[in-house]
Design a protein around this ligand. Structure first.
Ligand SMILES: Nc1ncnc2c1ncn2[C@@H]1O[C@H](COP(=O)(O)OP(=O)(O)OP(=O)(O)O)[C@@H](O)[C@H]1O
Ligand SMILES: [Mg+2]
Length: 270
């Protein structure tokens, strides 16, 4: 087993990146029963907080900063639930750019820090999802270099549609400059209001521009998904074996996206 690594990106903030990372990871572990790791490299630590809340964990003992200091990420893995681990982040990781510049002279070495640390633990997982902040920075560069695929999240707003183009452009630049292996596997519309005409127009613009790369599976705006950020992710199952319908509705699209990623991955690998 060696993990397939995905970074969910867009240099525009608040478009649903963390939502996609946490939901895909949860469903890959819980529904698909695949060994899954979330790496949070955003000092805002939203993904870390959501996953900790999911299991009522009050304190996360170690973060990626410990892993970097000890040059071994296995020291900072927090088990969340069966099949789901987290490498957490906190505000102390804001000094990452500084760390990278001070410790590595060569530009390529500066972007390969995460990739090198990840290599020894990759065989423990089927899939790794990296959550990044919305900036062109040491975070995004290291995440790109450590990933096999990018998932681009966008909100159906004009600026975040522009964000897709900028992200793809920057990714091409990184691939050419550093000779890294990376493909855009999916472009996912997030927080769409199904009845909003403007939202629908922006979505059809995205399809015109990026064709089949735009996922058929759209993440609609749902109160339940919003609530998961505050209270942690739930997927309640009743004694009769049925899932709570509102939970299931919130998870359904992500379960379909996981299947779509798997299919697209097979096509890329051929
Ligand atoms: N489909 C959705 N329905 C309802 N609320 C959502 C949905 N997706 C995301 N949200 C909410 O929108 C906010 C922003 O989402 P999220 O944190 O995933 O964005 P982000 O791109 O990771 O932001 P940042 O750039 O700051 O990291 C959060 O409060 C989240 O709960
Ligand atoms: Mg985020």
């Amino acid at each position: 087993m060696t993990a397939t690594t995905y970074t969910v990106g867009n240099f525009k903030g608040g478009v649903g990146k963390t939502k996609i990372v946490t939901m895909l990871a949860f469903d890959n572990a819980v529904i698909n029963k695949k060994k899954t790791l979330v790496i949070d490299i955003d000092p805002q630590a939203n993904a870390s907080q959501i996953l900790a809340r999911t299991v009522n964990m009050e304190r996360i003992e170690k973060t990626i900063v410990n892993g970097i200091n000890e040059n071994d990420l296995s020291v900072c893995i927090t088990p969340i639930m069966e099949n789901l681990d987290l490498i957490a982040c906190d505000t102390s990781f804001r000094s990452f750019s500084n760390y990278v510049i001070t410790n590595y002279e060569d530009e390529k070495d500066q972007i390969m820090v995460l990739e090198k640390l990840l290599a020894p633990i990759k065989d423990r997982y089927d899939a790794i999802f990296i959550d990044v902040p919305p900036t062109i920075s040491a975070y995004s560069d290291n995440a790109m270099a450590a990933s096999d695929y990018s998932i681009i999240a966008f909100q159906t707003q004009e600026e975040s549609l522009d964000g897709i183009g900028k992200y793809i452009g920057y990714q091409k630049f990184m691939i050419n400059k550093y000779n890294i292996d990376l493909e855009v596997i999916s472009i996912i519309a997030c927080m769409l209001e199904p009845d909003d005409d403007l939202d629908k127009n922006v979505l059809s613009d995205a399809i015109n521009l990026y064709g089949a790369a735009v996922s058929q599976n759209i993440v609609n705006f749902q109160k339940r998904l919003k609530r998961y950020s505050r209270e942690g992710i739930s997927l309640k199952k009743y004694k009769n074996g049925n899932y709570d319908q509102w939970d299931y509705r919130a998870h359904e699209t992500f379960i379909k996206i996981l299947a779509e990623l798997e299919n697209r991955r097979k096509v890329f690998e051929e």
